[in-house]
Design a protein around this ligand. Structure first.
Ligand SMILES: [Zn+2]
Length: 275
C-alpha cells in the first residue's frame, strides 16, 4: 500500500536537497514505466495526468489503473492533476482518487490567482489530498513572467499550498534555444520560504547542470512531460519499423517500449536524487 500525498514525499526531499520526478503519463504503458523506474531506483515518484485528460473520461478511467499500480507498488506513489484549469477538474480528480491537485491560475492577476488557488487547496485538504499552485508564469508558448520573492511569500501565505511552482527561466515543451535559469532568484525564494517544496515546470531539455543547481536551491518536484512522451513515441516508432508489417499482440509490442521509458525515468530519478 504505497499511495501517498505530496506531503509524504516532498518536504523530506526539500530538506535533503533532492527532488522527486513528476512524470506525465497518458496510458497504461507510460504509467507502468514510471512505476518500474520508481521500484528499480527505490525512490518515491509522482505520476501526473495533464488537465486536458480531465475534460473527458480519460483521467477518471486512468485513475482506476493508477490506484491499483500505486497500491501494489513497494515505493510511495502520489497521483497528481497537472495544470488543472478550473475547480471542476479539481473535483473530478479528488473524487477519482488522485491524492494531489494543481490548480494553475498563473495567467490571472495575483489576487484572482491566490483566491482560486486557496479554494482548491481547501478542497484538496478536505479530501485528505495535497495541492500545488503557481505564482509567476512558466511559459506555455512565448509568454513568461518570472516569480518575485515577495509575490511567492504572499502567495504561499494566502493559499497554504503544499508545493509552489515558480518561474525561474524554464518553459514548457522543447526549447528553441538553451534556457538560462535564474538560480539566484530560486535561492532567494527558497530562503524566504524555507519549508515549502518548490516545483520546476518545463524540466524537459533544461540543461542538467542548471537542474542540479535548482535542486540545491529549493526545487523538490520536477515535472517531466515532453521528453518522456517523446521517448515513448520514438521507441514505439522503432518497434513498428522492426515489425515491418508483421502482426504482434499489442501487449508484447509494448514491452520494449515500456522498458525504454522506464530506463529514461530511472536516469532522471537517479539524477534528481543526486546520484
Ligand atoms: Zn507545467
Amino acid at each position: 500500500m504505497a499511495l501517498v500525498t505530496m506531503n509524504e514525499i516532498l518536504p523530506a526531499a526539500r530538506k535533503e536537497k533532492r527532488a522527486i520526478g513528476a512524470f506525465n503519463i497518458a496510458n497504461y504503458e507510460t504509467a507502468l514505466a514510471v512505476l518500474k523506474a520508481a521500484e528499480a531506483e527505490k525512490s518515491p515518484v509522482i505520476i501526473q495526468v495533464y488537465m486536458r485528460l480531465f475534460n473527458t473520461d480519460k483521467a477518471a478511467d486512468l485513475a482506476g489503473m493508477l490506484l491499483r499500480l500505486a497500491h501494489r507498488s513497494n515505493q510511495p506513489i502520489a497521483l497528481h492533476l497537472d495544470h488543472g484549469e478550473n475547480l471542476d477538474q479539481v473535483m473530478v480528480a479528488l473524487r477519482a482518487g488522485y491524492t494531489s491537485v494543481m490548480l494553475d491560475c498563473s495567467r490571472l492577476p495575483f489576487k484572482e490567482n491566490a483566491e482560486a488557488t486557496a479554494l482548491a487547496v481547501r478542497l484538496a485538504h478536505a479530501a485528505g489530498a495535497t495541492a500545488e499552485g503557481e505564482i509567476g508564469h512558466v511559459a506555455q508558448g512565448d509568454e513568461t513572467s518570472l516569480t518575485s520573492v515577495d509575490e511567492a511569500v504572499a502567495f504561499a501565505e494566502a493559499t497554504k499550498v503544499d508545493a509552489l511552482a515558480v518561474s525561474i527561466g524554464t518553459a514548457h515543451g522543447y526549447y528553441k534555444a538553451e534556457p538560462k535559469l535564474d538560480i539566484q532568484r530560486c535561492k532567494d525564494i527558497a530562503d524566504a520560504l524555507p519549508d515549502l517544496p518548490l516545483v520546476l515546470h518545463g524540466g524537459s531539455g533544461t540543461p542538467l547542470e542548471a537542474v542540479r543547481e535548482s535542486i540545491h536551491c529549493g526545487i523538490a518536484k520536477i515535472n517531466i512531460a515532453t521528453e518522456f512522451m517523446d521517448t515513448y513515441l520514438k521507441s514505439a516508432r522503432a518497434e513498428l519499423e522492426k515489425l515491418d508489417g508483421k502482426f504482434l499482440p499489442v501487449d508484447k509490442f509494448y514491452d520494449p517500449v515500456v522498458d525504454a521509458c522506464a530506463a529514461h525515468a530511472s536516469r532522471l530519478i537517479r539524477f534528481f536524487a543526486g546520484k
